[in-house]
Design a protein around this ligand. Structure first.
Ligand code: PHE
Length: 447
């Protein structure tokens, strides 16, 4: 149970509470959510189970786990399938770089909430966000601080402690979200936001939305970086892989929808544009905290502190999982000490994080392909590398790994009756790879 919760801790994070609302807002609301849910359950779950199978069977770092599987079959040292693992390591490093920037924003908002400075209307909040993110030093400093915090947890073996604490704190975040949802839905004019979330308008779906929904689903499930492999290497022989994937995906989606219900009614009520992009939650929430709790300002003060604290913690359980992938890879593959492996990971991610933080306004021209660095890294990982990682993982499990191994892992050596093995195999062999290719081709305008 503990390790499943830890996997859920990796999955639940800024992907649900920051990225999901802003993606939904940019893509017209309800119709995007429907696409997203379809991708989570039809493509995400088979992908997750595949990573679980590789991780539990290979029982080692992400890149090696793929190689272990392949070596068993071919009896040789290097196999191209390790490349899937290497790609996962690279992807998780890039994600950690830009994710830490947003996690750093949470720390700053926690700090100013405690100081009581985050009060005012939506215009004030938007101005504040703009001013803070374009500051030449502050955002980069928080980014590095967050990565160092993650480093500390990974190196000093306090990870178990954090994960134990998150067993209590994640449900606390869930309850707090519910509370803020109610407050937000009671704001004047909130019903327009609820409509936006639940009444689909398919005319709003544009070309890119199919890939964006796919990327969001994989990003939120931590799928495609081999991160799930790492967790599954600690699963016992009794862990029901399919059921665990379903549970984690369900929890993850519920939290994302709740985050949507927290943001959009409020955004419509206080006049924030739903398609404001990455700033969405940061410019909407301060007004919620001051307006929804105007009858009792100390409550608003307390709720805002609790919210940013728990959000930072949810981000931390996710960054731990990303950092761990790189650290254990460097440590096991290059005969480094674990400490040096962790420092290399920290240094590389901090460098990338600083570039992303500065590109938000402090340094003009820090752009790639017309996007600021943060948007570029986000695009590169969520919309290219994660789908590719999941694509190759499904092909690997579906076509390469001996069927007996897959069946044994899926059915826990025949002990789980009625495990939908044939259906699973059909999905990883055909449905997932073909759907991912079709979505890519569609994005390129070829389909
Ligand atoms: N799933 C995490 C979130 O939603 C992000 C993540 C992606 C973590 C990939 C690990 C690997 O916040």
């Amino acid at each position: 149970m503990g390790i499943i919760l830890a996997t859920a801790g990796s999955a639940v994070g800024l992907g649900n509470i920051w990225r999901f609302p802003y993606m939904t807002g940019q893509n017209g609301g309800a119709a995007f959510i429907i696409l997203y849910i379809i991708r989570v359950f039809l493509l995400g779950i088979p992908g997750m189970v595949s990573e679980f199978i590789i991780g539990r069977h290979g029982a080692s770092n992400a890149a090696r786990a793929y190689a272990v599987m392949a070596e068993e079959k071919r009896h040789r040292q290097f196999h191209p399938s390790s490349l899937i693992g290497y790609m996962g390591v690279l992807t998780s490093m890039i994600i950690l770089g830009f994710y830490a920037v947003v996690a750093g924003w949470c720390l700053q908002y926690l700090f100013v909430s405690v100081m009581g400075h985050l009060q005012g209307d939506a215009t004030f909040a938007a101005g504040y966000f703009q001013q803070f993110t374009s500051h030449p030093v502050l955002p980069a400093l928080w980014t590095v601080l967050f990565i160092l915090l993650t480093h500390y947890v990974v190196v000093h073996g306090v990870r178990n402690g954090i994960e134990r604490a998150s067993k209590v704190l994640m449900p606390a975040l869930f309850l707090l979200l519910l509370f803020i949802v109610v407050a937000s839905c009671l704001l004047p004019g909130a019903s327009a936001g609820i409509d936006f979330l639940f009444r689909p308008d398919f005319s709003k779906l544009d070309e890119g939305v199919f890939l964006e929904a796919l990327g969001q689903a994989f990003f939120s499930l931590s799928l495609g970086t081999a991160c799930l492999c790492t967790y599954a290497s600690y699963y016992s022989r009794q862990t029901n892989l399919f059921r665990s994937a379903m549970q984690i995906a369900a929890v993850d989606s519920v939290i994302a929808i709740l985050a949507g219900l927290m943001i959009f009614p409020a955004a419509f009520s206080v006049g924030v544009q739903p398609d404001s992009g990455p700033s969405l939650i940061f410019i909407t929430l301060p007004s919620v905290f001051s307006q929804a709790f105007s009858f009792l300002p100390p409550l608003g003060y307390l709720v805002s502190i609790l919210f940013y604290a728990l959000l930072s913690l949810a981000a931390l359980t996710s960054t731990i999982s990303m950092h761990e992938i790189g650290t254990s890879f460097l440590y096991e593959e290059f005969q480094l000490s674990r400490r040096s492996g962790a420092w290399i990971e920290t240094a590389l991610c901090s460098l990338l994080g600083i570039l992303c933080a500065l590109s938000m306004g402090a340094v003009d021209g820090l752009r790639l392909f017309g996007m600021d660095m943060l948007a570029f890294c986000d695009f590169l990982t969520a919309q290219i590398l994660l789908p590719l990682g999941a694509f190759f993982t499904c092909l690997f499990v579906g076509w390469y790994v001996p069927r007996k191994v897959v069946r044994d892992e899926f059915t826990n050596w025949g002990t789980i009756r009625r495990a939908p093995f044939t259906l699973f195999l059909f999905f990883v062999r055909y449905v997932c790879p073909l759907a991912i290719i079709a979505i890519f081709l569609h994005q390129l305008g070829l389909l």
